[in-house]
Design a protein around this ligand. Structure first.
Ligand code: URA
Length: 258
């Protein structure tokens, strides 16, 4: 953000819950207020589906803002954490068996919730946020946000087993969508899926005769991090939130469940 812009005028201050659009966009990282005014003047910004005019005020709690067709999270109270979940921690808010939960690993306030679920024994990247709208889009299969896993298996999968995983395998809740599958090492499979079925990767590998020994999620949409140690978390950067919004933007065709 351009500090001179910030002090130049007070017209962008919040008033009655609304703020000037260019100030909101600058705050969340679209550049100086001047640059954001240009985005608006160029007709690239919509509010609730309508092209915004310069001077437009928005209520970050209620108005839906899109830049170049991509929804942007504009509420200042939203937080987005990326956690490297260790094995042995459950992805529920409270565990009836007293086991440690992912919520104990991130700040308690504001209250966040996990986006999707990793099994207790699964490790790796988990997004936690209080942005319910984005969370729904990231986890719903119709938005096609990819999740990438590294699965260690006992013996080297055959080419036909890998092919079956790519084409979709029959599970008790139906055939899986085609997955991207590669062999990273003889007993290390990289699998990319966008469905979020319960224990899906473990069941897929079981179905082709290769039970999982260890499972790590290495990517959620555009989000990767090889530096976070197990149990560590960090906030997403503004650029990452934008990339995630983009990856989870409305699907081109009608969603299957609407
Ligand atoms: N698939 C699984 O089998 N387990 C997970 O935790 C995530 C995906």
């Amino acid at each position: 953000m351009d500090p001179s812009d910030e002090s130049a005028t007070s017209d962008g201050e919040r008033s009655g819950g609304s703020e000037r659009l260019q100030k909101v966009l600058a705050r969340i990282g679209f550049g100086s207020r001047r640059a954001c005014e240009e985005l608006i003047a160029d007709g690239l910004v919509t509010v609730n589906g309508e092209i915004a005019e310069l001077g437009r005020r928005v209520d970050p709690d209620h108005d839906r803002v899109e830049v170049d067709g991509v929804p942007v999270g504009v509420r200042p109270d939203l937080v987005h954490y990326l956690l490297n979940k260790p094995a042995g921690v459950v992805t529920t808010a409270a565990d009836t068996h007293g086991r440690p939960t992912v919520l104990e690993l991130v700040p308690a306030s504001p209250r966040v919730f996990p986006v999707g679920r990793l099994d207790m024994d699964t490790e790796g990247l988990l997004l936690l946020t209080n942005d319910g709208e984005l969370a729904n889009r990231v986890s719903h299969p119709s938005h096609g946000v990819e999740k990438e896993y590294l699965a260690e298996v006992e013996t080297e999968p055959s080419r036909s087993a890998l092919r079956a995983l790519r084409q979709g395998v029959e599970l008790d809740d139906g055939v899986t969508a085609p997955a991207k599958v590669g062999l990273v090492a003889p007993t290390l499979v990289r699998l990319v899926i966008h469905e979020g079925r319960n224990r899906q990767v473990r069941r897929m590998l079981d179905a082709v005769g290769h039970p999982v020994v260890r499972l790590i999620r290495t990517r959620v949409g555009p989000l990767r991090d090889q530096r976070l140690k197990p149990g560590e978390w960090r906030s997403l950067t503004v650029a990452e939130i934008r990339e995630l919004e983009e990856a989870a933007a409305e699907p081109a065709g009608p969603a299957p469940d609407r």
